[in-house]
Structure formats: C-alpha cells, structure tokens
Design a protein around this ligand. Structure first.
Ligand code: BJW
Length: 250
C-alpha cells in the first residue's frame, strides 16, 4: 500500500524550526530488530517479568544476561534503514532538533544521528552493580556470562532501563523540554504504552505542537496526531524524503 503524504505535512516539515522525534522499536523493525509487542514481538515468547525487571536480574542474572547476549548477537550485524537515515537527515536541516529514542540498539547513531537522548539506555553498555560505572562493551558473544567488573569483581548488568526503574534524569529532562518547546513532534514506531515516554507526544500537543505519527497500526497516540501516516517507517521515510525533494535519501 502506497502511503499518501499530505501536502500540509510537507509544508509543516519544511517550515518547522524546532523539531522533536520520538522513536520506538518499530523504527528498527525493517532493519531486523524484533519489536516487543505484537504478533512477532519479543514479549510473545519471553516474559518481561522474567527478563526485564530488576527483580528478574536479582533472581537469575545468568538467564537475563543470556537473553541480552542473544539480542546483542542479533543486533550487531544489522544496519540502519531509510527511517533512521531520514531522521539523521532531518536533524541536519532543522535549527533546533532532538531525537528521543526508546531504543537501545544504537542504530540511530550508526545512521549519523548526533543530537539524541536514549531514554531506556543502550545494549552496548554495561554497568557495575556495585560502583555504578558505565563502560562500552561490544564483544559478541560475551566471553563470560554473567560478566563481572574488571576493577571490583561485582556483577555487571546491561545499561538499560527495566520496568519499575527510573529513566536517566538528564535524558528525560531534555526530552520533556524538547516536547514542550517544539513546533513539530514526530512519533515513529512506538506502541505508545510505556511511560513516561508515551506522555511526550501529549506534552508536545498540549504545548501547541503539530504531532505526526508513523506506524502501520493505530496506537493510543493516533487520536492526538495532526497527521497519522499508516505504513512502515522505512517506506514512509522514503516517500517523505521524495516529497521533500531530498535527493540524498536512500
Ligand atoms: C512499526 C513497524 C515498522 C512495527 N515501522 N512501526 C504511568 C502509567 C502506567 C504505568 C506507568 C506509568 N509510569 C510508569 C509506569 C510503569 C511502567 C510502564 O509504563 N508500564 C506500562 C507498560 C503499563 N514504566 C516504567 O516502569 C518506566 N519507569 C518509570 O516510569 O519509573 C518510575 C515509575 C516506576 C514504576 C511506577 C511508576 C513510576 C521504565 C520503562 C522501561 C521500559 N523498558 C523496556 C526494555 C528496555 C531494555 C530492553 O530493550 O531490553 O523498553 S520495555 C520495552 O518497551 C522497551 C521499549 O523501549 C519500550 C517501548 O516499546 P516500543 O518501543 O513502543 O515497542 P513496541 O514493541 O511496544 O511497539 C512497536 C511499535 O512499532 C508498534 O506500534 C508497531 O505497530 C510498530 N511497528 N513495525 C513502523 N516497520
């Protein structure tokens, strides 16, 4: 199905001086990263309570690490898709821009995004459970599971945000400020059910921003969107880039 791009949206994107973008797992789906919810989602096969909570990690760190090690192996060879590239390109064309991602896969950075905050952490970072120190670790597979801190020997954990844990304060503050102060808020590939991220489009809307959603499915955010583009993120991005006359979008 060809996604129709409303003329008003092209003008709004061209005119916007302050843009914020919120992405979720759906933006990486066409790159091959599984989403969480839906038919093929991770939560169909794995229980969040057993894998993505601090209690799960306390109970069985080896099991939790095996799952993350498997996901790291899956993500490592994957490449950004046209949606990641469109967002990176948008950043370079807008004076005030922030990409707010819930994703931990690092594909936005791989596509060239620079002005971004990661609300739920990054799968390529590990954190010492005793010292709190954060380090990048891209080894796939990890040589030891569960991995241990080189300096103190305590357990390392994935530097991600599990259910019931607080989001990084600075990242959330920056995201909130961008939502409050943007002309246009673009939401790509999120089910819009996980808070506080899901509140950001509502904040943007209540502060007068235009809200644009790109998702093949309806979500709780669809009703507040000024424009809802029903399609896969990569396909929508390619159509949008063409309508905007961006030649270098692939
Ligand atoms: C495509 C596509 C294509 C498919 N193109 N699209 C207020 C109200 C109710 C509850 C709460 C609340 N405040 C806090 C809570 C509790 C909780 C929460 O929100 N629970 C709800 C589920 C009910 N939130 C938290 O616990 C957060 N912490 C917090 O708020 O701390 C303070 C506090 C705690 C407790 C109580 C009150 C306050 C932390 C949330 C951490 C989320 N962590 C995870 C795992 C990260 C690490 C990892 O990856 O392992 O983050 S869970 C998972 O969900 C992951 C995602 O970032 C997040 C969001 O999912 P996302 O990205 O939207 O993916 P999907 O799969 O849900 O959707 C994909 C979408 O893509 C779909 O719409 C598809 O249609 C679409 N799609 N193909 C475009 N090609």
């Amino acid at each position: 199905m060809v996604v129709e791009i409303p003329k008003g949206l092209v003008k709004a994107l061209n005119d916007a001086r302050r843009v914020a973008v919120l992405t979720g797992a759906g933006v990486s789906a066409e790159s091959g990263v599984p989403t969480f919810r839906g038919e093929e989602g991770l939560w169909r096969k794995y229980s969040p309570q057993e894998l993505a909570t601090p209690q799960a990690f306390a109970r069985d760190p080896k099991l939790v690490w095996e799952w993350y090690d498997w996901r790291r192996g899956l993500i490592a060879p994957l490449e950004p898709n046209p949606a990641h590239r469109f967002i990176a390109l948008l950043e370079r064309r807008v004076p005030q821009f922030l990409l707010i991602t819930q994703n931990i896969d690092g594909l936005h950075q791989k596509a060239g995004s620079k002005r971004l905050v990661e609300l739920h952490g990054n799968i390529w970072k590990v954190r010492c459970t005793r010292e709190g120190t954060v380090k990048e670790d891209r080894r796939v597979p990890l040589p030891e599971i569960p991995p241990r801190c080189e300096s103190c020997g305590a357990l390392l954990r994935p530097h991600v945000v599990w259910f019931g844990e607080s989001l990084p304060v600075d990242a959330l503050e920056e995201a909130m400020e961008a939502a409050e102060n943007c002309d246009l808020f673009l939401v790509v590939g999120t089910s819009g059910v996980v808070y506080p991220a899901a509140a950001l489009p509502q904040v943007a809307r209540s502060h007068g921003a235009l809200v644009v959603e790109s998702n093949p499915e309806e979500t709780p955010l669809t009703s507040l969107a000024t424009w809802s583009l029903q399609g896969k993120a990569g396909e929508v991005a390619q159509r949008l880039a063409r309508e905007m006359g961006w030649k270098d979008e692939g």
